[in-house]
Ligand binder design. Structure first.
Ligand SMILES: NC(=O)c1ccc[n+]([C@@H]2O[C@H](COP(=O)([O-])OP(=O)(O)OC[C@H]3O[C@@H](n4cnc5c(N)ncnc54)[C@H](O)[C@@H]3O)[C@@H](O)[C@H]2O)c1
Length: 359
């Protein structure tokens, strides 16, 4: 495809919290025109339009797609409202970046991917999912180490996104029908996607999962992020899984919004035949000349790094715009996001059945 040289006309569907990150990222990318903001709550769409200088606002994504003459949209609605606008925008030939989790479940995610495969043949539009962790400075550097063979064959990964107490008590997060699940589908997907990418997307063989709801239905749980109605809380508050791959590798995943542990921790630990690595701080664990060594990458490698509050989000948006401009596939491919959805479904199914799920 040839490069697009005119400004890209962009719209946002769902003008809540995460939309702000997309907009700030679009502003950092060059040659983007913020054309239309859409939210079912009109005051939010208007607020976003006025704050960021969008030309138009809508309360219906269908109307926006019909009338705003867009090139691309960000789908920033809650998970229950990802499927329809994503499919509608893909069908209209737009480039679509859908927020995580891709969908409520893998059936919906598959529908999105199938639609995209059918439409892209003639419309050449791109589709991606908001797994911004891959764009982090350390993640990008670690991927380069792995691709250069510093770790050898990766056979074990431990990924954790554990909050001691951090239940998002607002919005739809604690509602299974609207959010798809609890911390596994909410934040687990980030570390799961990152791990799968670092491992080179090996083929999944089986999943063994265990999820728990030990806090959600209790009254007066200590939670710095507000309170919820315990009678309505119907998602897990922690979940754990072991994923086996056809190449023999294993991935251990641990996530929680509430768990009695010493402190909250986000961790990605990769173990290979020639070395290991952790992400924060980025460190390689190797053996050299008869001893073990740790190679630590300093936090500030160069002056003038991106000091924005959310550099991963911004890097994601800049890369997304560049992919559209150059007509190259984005870093996060739809099939890869679909695999994440399939694993999450399998973790929930395995937990329910107390048995492993084979792929
Ligand atoms: N990538 C990340 O790190 C990250 C961080 C936070 C949230 N998210 C994801 O982003 C999505 C949105 O989360 P949020 O925190 O911004 O939610 P939010 O509740 O703050 O905002 C969602 C907005 O979508 C609007 N909306 C709902 N249905 C709509 C529809 N059919 N058409 C148009 N607008 C509609 C709501 O009125 C609301 O204003 C979720 O999928 C969430 O998991 C991702």
């Amino acid at each position: 495809m040839s490069r697009i040289t005119r400004p890209l006309r962009v719209g946002i569907i769902g003008t809540g919290g995460i939309a702000g990150q997309h907009i700030d990222g679009y502003k950092k990318a060059e040659g983007v025109e913020l054309v239309a903001a859409c939210d079912v709550v009109e005051s939010r769409a208007i607020g976003m339009k006025e704050k960021h200088g969008f030309q138009l606002h809508f309360t219906s994504w269908e109307e926006m797609i019909k009338h705003a003459d867009l090139d691309a949209v960000s789908v920033c609605t809650p998970p229950f409202a990802h499927l329809e606008p994503t499919i509608g925008a893909i069908e209209a030939g737009l480039h679509v970046l859908c927020e995580k989790p891709m969908a409520l479940d893998a059936i919906q995610a598959q529908q999105m991917v199938d639609t995209w495969h059918r439409v892209r043949v003639t419309k050449h539009n791109l589709f991606s999912v908001g797994f911004q962790s891959r764009f982090g400075k350390n993640a990008q550097q670690l991927k380069r180490f792995i691709e250069a063979g510093e770790l050898g064959d990766i056979y074990y990964v431990r990924a954790a996104y554990l909050r001691r107490r951090g239940v998002p008590a607002w919005g739809v997060f604690t509602n299974k029908a609207l959010n798809g699940g609890g911390p596994m589908i909410d934040v687990g997907v980030h570390v799961l996607d990152l791990s799968m990418w670092l491992m080179g997307h090996p083929k999944i063989q089986s999943v063994y999962g265990a999820s728990f709801r030990k806090f959600g239905n209790r009254a007066n749980v200590f939670n710095p992020w507000g309170s919820w109605d315990p009678a309505k809380y119907d998602v897990e508050d922690s979940a754990f899984a072991m994923i086996r791959f056809e190449n023999g590798a294993a991935l251990q995943l641990e996530v929680s919004w509430a768990l009695n542990l010493p402190r909250s921790v986000t961790e990605t630990l990769i173990c290979g035949t020639d070395g290991g690595a952790q992400l924060e701080p980025l460190t390689l664990f190797q053996e050299k000349h008869g001893t073990i060594v740790d190679l630590v990458v300093p936090e500030k490698v160069t002056e003038g790094q991106d000091t924005a509050r959310q550099p991963n989000h911004h890097a994601q948006m800049i890369a997304w715009v560049e992919a559209i401009r150059s007509g190259t596939q984005p870093l996060v491919l739809p099939e890869q996001a679909l695999q994440v959805s399939k694993i999450v479904d399998a973790i929930y199914a395995s937990s329910e059945a107390s048995a492993s799920v084979s792929f």
